[in-house]
Write a protein that binds this ligand. Structure first.
Ligand code: ZN
Length: 135
């Protein structure tokens, strides 16, 4: 028996994101240009991402947003990260994949011009993960 059965962990079964949260992400991605926007995503117990959490000490840079993971409060509703790409591609970089492997369950990358469909969601292995947009 595995030490932790993550299949029963609601964080491993996130299926959706609230439309207003996605909108907030796009607005923030736009207003942070030309830098990257980065935040943590929180899910409720129904597996829906419903809140963002800004991480103190996150450095937004033109090439990469750096998460200071040691600054993270112990908060078990955090499911993963979201960050923006000022380019027109939401493909994860090598550094992104490294972050995905080390932290969280799900990650969103947005890309320019940050319309409501300018994003992709990935799991910890960098594989695409389907996320429903819910009202
Ligand atoms: Zn990236």
């Amino acid at each position: 028996m595995p030490l932790f059965d993550f299949s029963k962990d609601p964080r491993a079964n996130v299926k959706g994101i609230r439309r207003r949260v996605l909108k907030m992400i796009m607005e923030a991605s736009k207003s942070t240009l030309p830098n990257e926007f980065a935040a943590m995503m929180k899910s409720n117990d129904k597996g829906v991402i419903h809140e963002l959490m800004l991480l103190p000490g996150t450095e937004a840079g033109e090439s990469s947003a750096i998460f200071k993971l040691h600054m993270l409060p112990i908060d078990f509703s955090v499911v993963g990260t979201v960050h923006s790409h000022p380019s027109d591609s939401s493909r994860p970089s090598g550094a992104d994949l490294d972050l995905f492997r080390r932290y969280g369950w799900l990650h969103i990358i947005t890309h320019y011009p940050f319309d409501m469909d300018c994003w992709s969601c990935y799991d910890g292995r960098g594989e695409p993960h389907h996320l429903e947009v819910l009202d």
